[in-house]
Unconditional design. Structure first.
Length: 490
């Protein structure tokens, strides 16, 4: 049997029944969202700032990871073997690895944490911080153990790569500022696997060399690889002793500089009997060797300048000495000439003619003062006379009458002015009251089209139609004129 054709106005069932739509429970919907998140997102790395950290008695850690625009609920279960849990603290910026899922009981998505690292630095930075804390606790960074550098070093040990840029920078600065400075190179690798051991061995080798040199023993000491001599036989013990050791290399990433963050290098610097200067990387780079060393320099060139500073300043002083000596001789000559001029002036001031001239000048001053006193006395008497005459004029009866008449005229003018002012105020008040009266009068109502109907005989104003009777004569007042009428039907 064929189906009847549908009308063009048949849009189907507007209100479908339960059989035509799928209804999910909250649990089913949450489960679908959870599966979708775990399938589409899964395990991720996410970075942010820890906040609202709380550790439950069960051992589970709950916190929120946030940035400037959003936040994410996180949980670290006690059963998870996650290293560096101690990095989780309020305000700490961290890098987390975990699985994105949904906590069905609250219907919110969260991150189940599997790994914790410091933000942006990773495992190397964590190892750096742990070693730094360990060595600081042992006192390797203590300021009181830092030794001062010798002011005028004559021979230094240099620990670096012979093929790197750092050695060229150091030699260039030393050649320019202190060419006489002796340098004993202990070559080693400064990057890569095994570099830390070579650096530590080079530091110990230079310390052994210093001991041999101080005792006057043979100084033909092999290098860290047993191949290179570090010096010749010493004739006097003081000639080959090291004044300090310079540990240096050029800039690079954290991985490139990692040899100087190893504990073996830190121990070698700490155990060195010779003061150590650390100049590793650029100004922004800090390594463990910088903290252990007696002095940190920002760059290899800066370290060379620090080492040669006193000698360079002395060279400048010696170069400037002739000019300084000439300047001091000229100053002394000027002082002697000034002394001679002072004595000549004293001799001239003590001459009898000078004293006579001073007495004559004093006599002229006294004569002028006497004339000024006489003139001043006459001037004061004239002022007193004029003052008395003025006071007498003010006390004369005619003057007092004139003053009183002027005061009377002023009082009369003030009274007239006040009367005119009050009259104007009263006129304004009268005009205001008249305007208000006009606004409240019946003429204003009539002017808007209304009328007043009164009994023609009594003049009583009618307010209600029941008050009139058939045949009663009425009078209606309009805006202009009046109209008389008679009531036909009340």
């Amino acid at each position: 049997m064929s189906q009847p054709a549908k009308s063009q106005w048949d849009f189907g069932e507007l209100f479908p029944t339960e059989q035509t739509r799928r209804v999910l429970s909250v649990s089913e919907l949450t489960e679908q969202v959870r599966r979708l998140l775990e399938k589409q997102v899964g395990q991720v790395w996410v970075t942010g700032e820890v906040t609202n950290l709380r550790t439950q008695s069960s051992g589970h850690i709950y916190f929120t990871l946030k940035d400037a625009n959003a936040q994410l609920s996180c949980v670290l279960f006690r059963s998870e073997t996650v290293a560096h849990r101690e990095l989780l603290a309020d305000g700490q910026k961290v890098l987390l690895q975990g699985d994105v899922t949904v906590y069905a009981a609250r219907g919110q998505y969260q991150l189940v944490v599997r790994a914790v690292e410091l933000q942006g630095v990773g495992a190397l930075q964590i190892a750096f911080e742990k070693l730094k804390q360990k060595l600081a606790a042992e006192g390797l960074f203590a300021p009181e153990r830092k030794r001062p550098l010798p002011k005028y070093p004559q021979r230094i040990g240099l620990v670096t790569s012979p093929a790197g840029a750092a050695i060229r920078d150091v030699l260039h600065v030393v050649q320019r500022r202190d060419p006489s400075l002796g340098i004993i190179l202990a070559p080693c690798r400064v990057q890569g696997e095994g570099a830390a051991a070579e650096v530590a061995a080079a530091i110990r080798l230079l310390n052994e060399y210093n001991i041999y040199a101080s005792e006057g023993r043979v100084t033909r000491v092999p290098d860290s690889k047993g191949k290179m001599d570090l010096g010749t036989r010493v004739t006097r013990p003081s000639e080959s002793c090291l004044d300090l050791i310079l540990l240096t290399r050029g800039g690079g990433s954290l991985e490139d500089l990692w040899a100087f963050n190893e504990e073996v290098v830190a121990r070698a610097i700490f155990e060195s009997s010779v003061p150590v200067v650390s100049a590793v990387g650029h100004e922004i780079d800090f390594t463990i060797s910088d903290f252990v060393a007696d002095l940190r320099a920002a760059t290899p060139s800066a370290a060379a300048e620090i080492v040669t500073e006193a000698v360079f300043a002395s060279r400048e002083f010696v170069a400037e000495a002739p000019a300084l000596m000439g300047q001091r001789v000229r100053r002394q000559l000027v002082r002697e000439l000034e002394g001679l001029d002072h004595l000549t002036g004293r001799l001239q001031r003590a001459h009898p003619r000078r004293q006579m001239n001073e007495w004559l000048q004093r006599l002229d001053d006294l004569h002028l003062a006497l004339r000024r006193c006489a003139t001043q006395g006459v001037r004061e008497r004239n002022v007193t006379s004029r003052s008395l005459a003025s006071r007498l004029g003010r006390a004369w009866p005619g003057q007092r009458v004139k003053e009183r008449r002027e005061l009377l005229n002023q009082a009369q003018r003030r009274v007239r002015e006040q009367a005119r002012h009050q009259l104007r105020e009263r006129q304004q008040e009268l005009q205001t009251l008249a305007s208000r009266l006009r606004l409240l009068g019946p003429e204003q109502v009539l002017s808007r089209g209304y009328s007043i109907t009164m009994d023609a005989a009594t003049g009583k104003v009618l307010h209600d139609a029941v008050e009139v009777k058939a045949g009663q004569r009425l009078k209606t007042r309009l805006k202009k004129g009046e109209v008389s009428s008679r009531v036909d039907t009340p």
